[in-house]
Design a binder for this molecule. Sequence first.
Ligand SMILES: Nc1ncnc2c1ncn2[C@@H]1O[C@H](COP(=O)(O)OP(=O)(O)OP(=O)(O)O)[C@@H](O)[C@H]1O
Ligand SMILES: Nc1ncnc2c1ncn2[C@@H]1O[C@H](COP(=O)(O)OP(=O)(O)OP(=O)(O)O)[C@@H](O)[C@H]1O
Lengths: 216, 216
Amino acid sequence: SKQFVVIGLGNSGYFLARHLTALGHDVLVIDSSPEKIQDITASVSQAVVADSTRKKQMASLPLNKVDSVVVCIGEDLEASLLTVLNLKELGVKHIIAKSSSPAHTVILEKLGVSDIFHPERDMAISLAERMNRPNMLDYLPFMEGFSIVELACPEKFIGKSLKELSLTSKYGVQVIAIRDPLETEPKLGNLADYVLQERDVLFIIGPNKVLDKIKD
Amino acid sequence: SKQFVVIGLGNSGYFLARHLTALGHDVLVIDSSPEKIQDITASVSQAVVADSTRKKQMASLPLNKVDSVVVCIGEDLEASLLTVLNLKELGVKHIIAKSSSPAHTVILEKLGVSDIFHPERDMAISLAERMNRPNMLDYLPFMEGFSIVELACPEKFIGKSLKELSLTSKYGVQVIAIRDPLETEPKLGNLADYVLQERDVLFIIGPNKVLDKIKD
Ligand SMILES: Nc1ncnc2c1ncn2[C@@H]1O[C@H](COP(=O)(O)OP(=O)(O)OP(=O)(O)O)[C@@H](O)[C@H]1O
Ligand SMILES: Nc1ncnc2c1ncn2[C@@H]1O[C@H](COP(=O)(O)OP(=O)(O)OP(=O)(O)O)[C@@H](O)[C@H]1O
């Protein structure tokens, strides 16, 4: 279990701090709003009211000992940047920061922050990709041109086993799971001998062009 | 190519509208700010200054003919909800809306919006999952307990082919790509006979517990 600090309890910081804590890590949250700190106290390890732009207030906290500090201040550009400066001066080894504009990103990079996340932009692109391909389940930003789709069992596949169909050698795609809507859990793992039924839904990962062709 | 309307040019609406247009779709954007409309005009099909809470202004637009309307107004709860009401009354068939709080989500659902997205919350959870497992590339929210990880070739695997290793039948995981850092493109598709080299990086999809074990 690691130690993290999350600064700023907008939606990003709030859900990040709670989920990291739920995953078993030690999380200190900092926000200038007493109400926000009060509301989250029960769901994290430690919650402190402080102004992260004021170096004196930050210096009393054990910031250089943690694995990472995440700055989740989006709206207030000045506060985000002054906070990063303080963290750098206080010897924080790893900073992750939320950016809310291209200019914000440029300045964060110049300040030496290499891990920058853009929630609204990334979700917008993922949503656009899924509106473009309605059967797409997951857009894989790190593997361009690849995605995971949900495909109702095509007629020609019914009654055949995955081994017979040899989709991987024929099309370069992989079936990662099969869901029988009558069962609670999808089938995973070694599916080579599984014989497809009409009602099965295939979860397939592969190059977009190929996935489009298989659908037709 | 489909027809979409995007209302609200915060980061979400801005990147959604531009990416949908880049993917070849017909996108009309609506925002009450003339500057924002002016800035985006060149990158979308049509851009209109209007107050989406004013039914008269919305009635003159061809909203019931499009495939989907996406409401990307996060901060102003009232504006988001009044906009949804107007869209419903104007006969829009499919509404997608951004929510910025649990209360916002509840009310959107009561208004009959079934497609609701939460960019900050979802990215925060994804980031927490990746901070929890540093070699995780992609957190798959639709397949709980599954993820895609990047794994440097373990010593015992060097010089063996994927067929020999039979990772799928042994562990229930699938190798979806292999990256040789000396090459520009990762190897994809049918990798059964590929013999692993020391410098290869494997992209593996499978259940988290198993992926953790393979690492060690
Ligand atoms: N100087 C500061 N010191 C500590 N906390 C601050 C400071 N400035 C802002 N905050 C806190 O940061 C939090 C996030 O603020 P803001 O709403 O700007 O973030 P956001 O990135 O837009 O949020 P979201 O993650 O919901 O998109 C607020 O709770 C606010 O109280
Ligand atoms: N009644 C309205 N009619 C049209 N546009 C509006 C209306 N109210 C707000 N907007 C526009 O919606 C846009 C988004 O506003 P807001 O900043 O609230 O969104 P957000 O969801 O917080 O943004 P982000 O996607 O960056 O997180 C702004 O450009 C604003 O001009």
